[in-house]
Design a protein around this ligand. Structure first.
Ligand SMILES: [Zn+2]
Length: 411
């Protein structure tokens, strides 16, 4: 019953270019994100939402007033309007493969790009669904315009059906999630919610309430730079020392390419340097704080060993906190997770718990005191030209959201 409206909204939203830019210092990082943020505000006003506004830092906010009395916590539904700078989001031409026949989908603007159910088994399960893809030269932007469309359809339905009991609901559309700044400027007084949900997950039935805990290590190696013609016995080459250190880093375990599931890693993701000074940038990731501390100890030990071997160099390792697993907060009050899981069951879907091998906007909101698990949208193969989504999967997410707001009434 929601498929037609989901299609209309989703197709309208994905055609709007909203690529974010990690190198920009403005908020939002690209002005074009306002094209969609403002459109959403107009549509929310049209459907009768209250308190509709777009903040100067690029967040669209609105309220669906409560229909039930009592002391019901305020819940926010979040989606991000930006798409990943990893692939073009300009001139997206969505194609709807109605009643999908199960065959490989050839993308017409780049026929060498094929979404093959043999390579993506979940697509094979979607025979008969209305599958949406891009045309080959852009990403689709289901991440996260599927989430945005799901929140908008949910809002429209609840506004038209005041007989459905729920507390006050806030809608929040953010920019720049893909460059890690989605909620950088959002305050509790703007969001005005007790609990929130991001609509930014993948498979139907998924509720995610664990992210990595993340630290960053910056290793600075200071060498001794001398004219190479007269350097005998004097030069200490920071580049060479960096190479030694890199070679000693964990590679057969504790690395991104040898871990999955709940295993953490250390990862040198960037380096720069000269004879005088070299710097390594290292990510430390784990679900548990003990594990994170262990990764830090490994890195610090490697630095100390190298320092002992070459006392003329100076090797510094600085570790900074990035974000924390939202489970540490949710464990104290599991209601946001339990109600989402109950809503998934009430919608007749198999419950799936996923751990995010990364952070989400919900990580930071949770740290701010607004616990924010993540709910599925149906998006697949995101951040590239083979991205696709089933409108029927998106509809399942709308049904979960409608169940979810009712779960909170008797909280
Ligand atoms: Zn996303």
């Amino acid at each position: 019953m929601f498929v037609k409206e989901l299609e209309d909204r989703f197709v309208r939203y994905v055609k709007i270019d909203t690529t974010s830019d990690e190198f920009s210092t403005t908020a939002p990082t690209t002005q074009k994100q306002f094209d969609l943020l403002n459109l959403l505000a107009d549509e929310l006003r049209e459907m009768g939402a209250a308190d509709v506004r777009v903040t100067d830092y690029g967040v669209t906010l609105a309220t669906i007033p409560a229909t039930a009395g009592g002391d019901i916590p305020t819940i926010a539904l979040l989606g991000h309007v930006d798409t990943s700078p990893q692939f073009s989001g300009t001139d997206v031409k969505p194609i709807i493969h109605r009643n999908y026949d199960g065959k490989p989908i050839v993308l017409p603007d780049a026929p060498e790009r094929v979404i093959d159910p043999a390579a993506f088994p979940y697509l094979a399960e979607k025979v008969g669904d209305d599958v949406v893809t891009a045309s080959g030269t852009t990403l689709l932007g289901a991440d996260d315009k599927a989430g945005v469309a799901i929140a908008m359809v949910t809002a429209n339905y609840l506004l038209q059906h005041p007989e459905i009991p729920h507390g006050k609901i806030r809608l929040c559309f953010t920019p720049d999630e893909e460059v890690g700044r989605g909620v950088a400027n959002l305050t509790q007084s703007d969001l005005e919610a007790d609990f929130a949900y991001t609509l930014d997950g993948q498979f139907p039935g998924e509720v995610c309430y664990e992210t990595f805990s993340a630290d960053k290590a910056t290793i600075t190696i200071t060498g001794v730079s001398i004219h190479p013609g007269y350097a005998r016995g004097k030069m200490v080459n920071a580049v060479q020392l960096a190479g030694k250190l890199i070679d000693r880093f964990p590679q057969d375990a504790r690395s991104p390419w040898t871990t999955a599931g709940r295993e953490g890693y250390v990862y040198i993701y960037k380096m720069e340097g000269s004879t005088a000074e070299a710097t390594l940038h290292v990510l430390l990731r784990d679900y548990e704080l003990d594990g994170l501390a262990e990764h830090a100890a490994v890195v610090e030990q490697l630095c100390a060993e190298l320092q002992a071997e070459e006392p003329r160099a100076k090797i510094e390792c600085k570790i900074e906190q990035q974000y924390r697993n939202m489970r540490y907060w949710l464990e104290n009050d599991m209601r946001p997770v339990e109600y989402a899981q109950a809503a998934v069951r009430a919608a007749g879907l198999p419950l799936k718990t996923r751990v995010a091998r990364g952070g989400t906007d919900g990580s930071r909101l949770t740290e701010m005191g607004i616990p924010t698990p993540d709910i599925f949208t149906g998006m697949q193969n995101y951040h590239g030209p083979l991205e696709w989504v089933s409108l029927q999967d998106m509809e399942q997410s709308v049904r979960v959201c409608i169940e979810l707001v009712q779960q909170w009434v008797d909280a």
